[in-house]
Design a protein around this ligand. Sequence first.
Ligand code: 13P
Length: 252
Amino acid sequence: MRKAYIAGNWKMNMTPSAGAAFAKELRAAAEKAAVDVKVMVAPPFVTIPAVAEVLKGSSIIVAAQNMNDHESGAYTGEVAPAMLKDLGVNTVILGHSERRSYYGESDSFINAKLRLAIKEGMDVVLCVGETLEERESGRLEEVLSTQVSGCLKDVSAAEMAHVTIAYEPVWAIGTGRTATPEDADAAHAYIRSLVASLYSDDIAQNLIIQYGGSVNASNVKALMAKENIDGALVGGASLSVEKFLPIMTFDK
Ligand code: 13P
């Protein structure tokens, strides 16, 4: 039985003070509602310490949205995994489509970061997903297969316990256009089959696959009802407690 995993990717929103105030409100609301799914929030780097302080002792996980592929050194403007771990951050989102498209991140670069994160004992939410043009030209499976196998290259079966995959169709991110639960489930089933062929049925069955792309309080229940959808990676709707709480409590 896979435990539901709901995550909020704050992207480039929330100053440290706004993030701390928001986290305080979110924690109180989650505790009052007795949220019993796994919940994560990913603030921008500089906002992490303030949010981690507020969420200390709560079950809400604080994650980073990215990290560098080196342990330390002359990489101006970058953040190393050890720096995140020093803040108590043990989870990192990697391969988000915004990083792939705006910052040119390739599967091999994401793979280098993913292997370093795992070597450092961190958990990873690996994002994959196709553009509209790729979907409409019938290349969905080819794109997912290339991304999944490229990003997981040289990751061992045992290390897969640290990996969650987020399927985020690029055309559904921030557009208000969600994949239908059926389309999302089919893509998730395909990702699960890829993982089964790369590793084993057992690893594929235990893999948490989140859906991301315009998830909100109105569509979360239908998405989560699908066999292969185990969670959500939420952007816009994770920035308001009023919108995020009903996503965390979709099963109540
Ligand atoms: P939206 O929920 O705003 O579409 O963003 C999804 C996303 O990119 C989460 O990582």
